[in-house]
Design a protein around this ligand. Structure first.
Ligand code: ATP
Length: 581
């Protein structure tokens, strides 16, 4: 029951809806008490021969009136109560999404996308049912139960009521045991569903790669295993669920048996009339609902508790980059970086060590080096995707941790290695960070990213839909679209993580030259495997095994005769050979 205490904040905000629903439920319970009484009177009237046609008509009208009243009240309590519980799921999903947006990549790594989707859908729905149906069950069940029992005990026969309730303690004990078992099984079942979701999501996302590798059989067996385990876990929950109803029916059956036997004896002893026994058994029938309500409530509470724990696990995951800064704007773009050491968890070698540099506003820094050298990691630290004690990054006079995260994200634009596009039009993808961007700005950024010719070839131009994850575009088009999007966001510090790797060298050169000419106010950090992309940079760092092995301008590095000079010569030869071929 502590789940209700946990949700008290929500109940406090929506107390009006809950009170209104409670009042309507009370009306339903009171109206429901009248028909058995009326029927009992009719039976006694018939036995005594005192009931005429006019009296029967009035009694029948009374029953119809009660039914109409119950119908109207039921309609409105459902709207009010379920309406309130839907708001809870809305709020929870909003919280989950907000938390998702501000969680750092390091913290997010613990939650695969499919698992998060399961928490945001299935688990939220289970909590929503606790705030809706479980509240209804407890309130309505309790009220109906107390009123019906009151009528049975005080208006009809206290002795018969006590005897009829004899099987109840056994039922309560059985329900409690089922609740304990259900909680554990439901938790396992939700976790299994999360895994199934994660496997499905990864398979759908990587379908092309799986087909390309001929790995369909393997992935099918992985999916089948996840699916079977989710199925088995759901089955174990269903097995517990299926025991609730028989327990309730057995209890009700026992109560009826006792009532009829003991009732006959009481009639024989002259302590109860036939009409009263009829009313009693009708009331006993009305107790079936409160019993089901308690069983259902116990079931929903256990589901809600397990689901709530899973939602909280996500919401309570702290971001590895807490948003505790107070500065609202980056005024000075002089970038100073000093990384003494940066380690990824679970790795024995540092990803970066002893990296230092300063980048003046409007200047360009190139970062090159072999694969796995730490280039992307360095960019991630500049964008503050990670915090670590050995990392000091300053923008102007302040550490980047002193800025609010939204201010930092506004100032620093990052174009990652992998192009991330959404299932929307080119225009919507472009204007993601600036939905109010003018047509002129959109066209200008597309021109800078050398996208004009490509877009001219699309029938719907800039309003062409790009498909899921931009599947209808080529790799190079996707990359240039991401670049144009970052340019449109108008961040003053632009981080390009090998973001033109799928574009041919000539186009890359043209784009970088256009950026140099038209975006002089931007500071740029360019990571690239193609050295020609950083040739014009004010300084170039060569990273190897997480450390700076060479640094200087293009000319200085060539003169040093190290990795850079050797790679440059190799790439020039390769380009010449390609142009001859
Ligand atoms: P590439 O040129 O191939 O993109 P890179 O120079 O950008 O490589 P990084 O991606 O920065 O290299 O990786 C540097 C090292 O850190 C690698 O050894 C990599 O395996 C490791 N690494 C990167 N990301 C993570 C992560 N999220 N968790 C653990 N280790 C990581």
């Amino acid at each position: 029951m502590d789940i209700f205490w946990t949700l008290r904040g929500f109940f406090r905000v929506h107390w009006r809806s809950y009170c209104l629903a409670g009042s309507l439920l009370a009306c339903v319970a009171v109206l429901g008490l009248l028909p058995p009484l009326i029927i009992g009177r009719v039976v006694d009237g018939i036995v005594a021969g005192s009931l005429d046609a006019e009296g029967l008509r009035w009694h029948a009208l009374g029953i119809v009136g009660c039914a109409c009243g119950i119908y109207v009240c039921r309609y409105f309590w459902r709207r009010t109560l379920y309406g309130a519980s839907y708001l809870l799921s809305l709020e929870l999903r909003r919280d989950i999404y907000r938390h998702l947006l501000q969680l750092s990549p390091a913290a997010l790594a613990a939650f695969p996308a499919g698992d998060l989707m399961a928490r945001a859908t299935n688990d939220v729905q289970a909590v929503e049912m606790t705030a809706g149906e479980a509240v209804l069950s407890i309130f309505d069940g309790l009220m109906t139960g107390v009123l019906v029992l009151g009528m049975m005990a005080f208006a009809l026969s206290g002795t018969l009521t006590l005897l009829a309730l004899a099987p109840w303690p056994l039922m309560s004990r059985a329900m409690w045991s089922l609740g304990v078992a259900l909680h554990a099984r439901f938790d396992t079942s939700q976790a299994a569903f999360s895994t199934l979701n994660a496997v499905t999501q990864e398979s759908v996302g990587g379908l092309r790669a799986l087909r390309g590798l001929g790995a369909e059989a393997h992935t099918e067996s992985v999916f089948a295993a996840a699916s079977e385990s989710a199925n088995a876990a759901s089955m174990r929950v269903a097995l517990i669920d299926s025991r609730y109803d028989p327990i309730i029916y057995l209890t009700v059956g026992g109560s009826f048996l006792i009532s009829v036997g003991a009732g006959a004896w009481l009639i024989d002893a002259g302590r109860l009339s036939l009409g009263q026994l009829t009313s009693f058994t009708l009331y006993l029938g009305q107790l079936v609902w409160p019993m089901f309500a308690f069983g259902w409530m116990a079931n929903l509470v256990q589901r809600g508790k397990a689901a709530w724990a899973r939602i909280r696990e996500f919401l309570d995951t702290p971001s590895a980059v807490p948003d505790t800064g107070t500065l609202e704007r980056v005024e000075d773009y002089r970038l100073q970086v000093r990384v003494t050491r940066f380690d990824y968890p679970g790795r024995t070698q540092p990803a970066l060590r002893d990296v230092q540099f300063t980048l003046q506003p409007g200047h360009t820094l190139g970062i090159v080096g072999p694969t796995g050298a730490g280039k992307s990691t360095l960019l991630a630290l500049l964008a503050r995707f990670y915090d670590a004690p050995g990392v000091k990054v300053r923008l102007g006079r302040f550490d980047i941790r002193d800025y609010r995260l939204d201010a930092l994200r506004e100032a620093v634009g990052c174009v990652p290695q992998e192009s991330v596009l959404f299932s929307a039009s080119l225009r919507e993808n472009l204007a993601l960070a600036r939905p109010d961007a003018s047509e002129q700005d959109i066209l200008r950024m597309m021109a800078l990213a050398a996208l004009e010719r490509d877009v001219a070839g699309f029938a719907a131009g800039v309003d062409t839909e790009v498909g899921e994850r931009g599947v209808t575009l080529s790799g190079g088009q996707r990359q240039r679209l991401c670049l144009a999007r970052a340019l449109l966001a108008d961040c003053r510090l632009l981080l390009l993580d090998d973001s033109l790797s799928a574009v041919d060298a000539e186009t890359e050169h043209a784009i970088l030259a256009a950026l140099e000419t038209h975006t002089r106010h931007l500071s740029r950090v360019i990571v690239s495997h193609r050295l020609s992309a950083v040739q014009g940079a004010d300084e170039i760092l060569v990273l190897r095994d997480g450390a700076v092995s060479e640094r200087g301008t293009h000319a200085e590095l060539l003169a040093q005769g190290g990795w850079y000079a050797e790679t440059w010569r190799y790439q020039q030869l390769a380009a010449a050979a390609e142009s001859l071929a």
